[in-house]
Design a binder for this molecule. Sequence first.
Ligand code: SF4
Length: 312
Amino acid sequence: MGYKYIFGPVPSRRLGISLGIDLIPFKTCTLNCVYCECGVTNNLTLLRKEYVPTIDVINELKDYLENNQIPDYVTFSGSGEPTLHSGIGDIVKFIKSNYPNVKLALLTNGTLLNKVKVKEEVIECDVVLPSLDAATKEDFIKINRPHGRLDIDQIIHGLTDFKKEFKGKMLLEIFFAEGINTDDENIFALRKAIKKIKPDEVQLNSLDRPPAEDYVKLVPMDELYKIKDKLNLKNVYIIKKFQNRKDIRAYRDDIENTIIETIRRRPLTLEDLSQVLGLHINELNKYLDVLEHEGRIESIIGERGVFIKERK
Ligand code: SF4
């Protein structure tokens, strides 16, 4: 069976071997983050609906889980916000009632968790990884360019309420972009928000892949450590920037070789490359990350955005 909505398994820094589920069309999101590695959001929306048929996703999951080794996690992720899909609760229920040994993770921007319905639908996940890059209105707008009806205080409130009821693990991710959300006002507001939300862990991160906007700059490691010191909380960690491929289970050399051969002919955008290779963008990015750190590829800005080319 060929899969349309599930991808991988993908080697993940935080989740081990993760089978991805993408429920949302490319770049349909409640935010338009300046650093998004999938590019600019083309459908900025708060509309929850059945973007792809729930039953088709369930059938793909069933086929995969019946015929393959169980991955460490089945993860709602992709190139948009998964909680926008109105069938996410049915998919969680399907997994939990038929495959109780399968662990479910949710990668979310956290903007809809303040809705009671959304909270109820995803509360049975084992791990929830929400992001929260700003706790001041100004920086929220600068870094996340949210839908006009989103309010950062309500989002923080939603995360706090969710955590109170949630029995799994919450790993909060904060993405920093130099000079955009690195001001002290935001860092101290984030500290206050974290103390309120009480996540199990907070993970600090900066750029891995080329961002949606070319003015977005990486926060160097030493700066991230200074931010960690300012946050001054015991469960804050800095995400390890790069894993040696030998440390990544499920890393496939054949995929790596195909990527190099494909871009050797001509540079391609992330979206083009994903289509040509039939690899999900999130999966592709894992390989590009390794290849870029090894100096074998480079990203260049072209008319249609960021192009990936072989480094000669
Ligand atoms: S980084 Fe995530 S939340 Fe932000 S625009 Fe991209 S998909 Fe949406």
